[in-house]
Design a protein around this ligand. Structure first.
Ligand code: ZN
Length: 295
């Protein structure tokens, strides 16, 4: 009995929420033309792409207003209402946005279009500039479908961003050309790097889901044998642990942002997917220069 009452209560609360959301959505519905497209993105990568592609024609928000990491994120009432109001949800797939199946019915009811940017389920696909370039074009296509009027603007912005990302991809390929072996410090979103020619990864853990990653003697030996040149880490790792491991391996560290979440302060300072990936490629180029000088 108690459980049933609880479920009914939860349902009523959700209904009330959806009604409020619908009310908020319906304001100004008489002038559909002038309403900007509303986009909600579950991770920073998709958010940054949508911001760049949409320009002033759309309102782009992050799913979480609290700078929460999307791994393990549970949408609160505010994000659910926000979703109900959105025209477009940009997700990195169910592997990371585990709440997606649960909210699918509400999303469908609200007629929110879902754009899944995780090609074949890899929620970390945007770490490769060429993949991010392709994703920018996908975002533009979807925005154009929702807002034909500004379709050319979306395509132009995506085209420009995509060119910049392709150019960055070439620099990345060049920096990695001699063949490169990385160790991965903790959270490991870097599986897609293994698609790059000559890249070898030595990682303690398989994934990025926050389970504790352990480096043992065997792995250290494996890393040394692989001739690991740099230790990869991201915003989810403990920097003290990263430094200690780098020292143990006798290698430099390389920060490669997982593009999950960027704190508001950094976003306001202008951090974008492009600028974060650029930083990594620049650091790799600097590393190559030092190696050249040292040789
Ligand atoms: Zn991840």
């Amino acid at each position: 009995m108690k459980a049933a009452a609880g479920a009914a209560g939860a349902k009523r609360a959700l209904c009330l929420l959806l009604c409020l959301a619908a009310l908020a959505c319906s304001q100004g519905c008489g002038e559909v033309q002038s309403e900007p497209v509303r986009v909600v993105a579950s991770s920073f990568g998709g958010y940054s792409l949508a911001k760049a592609v949409a320009g002033e024609h759309a309102v782009v928000n992050l799913m979480s207003t609290q700078d929460d990491d999307p791994h393990g994120y549970q949408p609160d009432a505010f994000s659910i209402a926000n979703l109900a109001c959105a025209d477009l949800l940009i997700t990195m797939g169910e592997d990371i946005d585990t709440w997606l199946p649960e909210l699918r019915r509400d999303i469908d009811r609200a007629q929110t279009v879902v754009l899944d940017l995780s090609a074949e389920g890899d929620p970390h696909r945007l770490l490769l500039p060429r993949e991010a370039a392709a994703a920018a074009l996908e975002v533009a296509q979807q925005l154009k479908t929702l807002d034909e009027q500004h379709g050319e603007d979306y395509e132009a912005a995506a085209g420009q961003l995509s060119e910049q990302l392709e150019a960055l991809d070439e620099r990345l390929a060049e920096a990695l050309a001699p063949g490169f072996s990385f160790a991965v410090a903790g959270a490991n979103p870097y599986g897609c790097l293994e698609e790059l020619p000559g890249v070898v990864l030595v990682a303690a853990g398989e994934g990025c889901n926050g389970e504790t990653e352990q480096w043992d003697e065997e792995l250290l030996e494996k890393a040394r044998k692989a001739g690991v040149q740099m230790l990869l880490f991201n915003e989810r790792d403990d920097t003290d642990k990263v430094q200690a491991l780098a020292q143990e391996l006798g290698v430099e560290t390389l920060f490669w942002h997982a593009l999950h979440m960027v704190p508001q302060e950094q976003r306001e300072e202008g951090a974008t997917l492009l600028s974060l990936l650029e930083q990594t490629v620049e650091a790799l180029e600097q590393h190559a220069l030092r190696e050249e000088k040292g040789a």
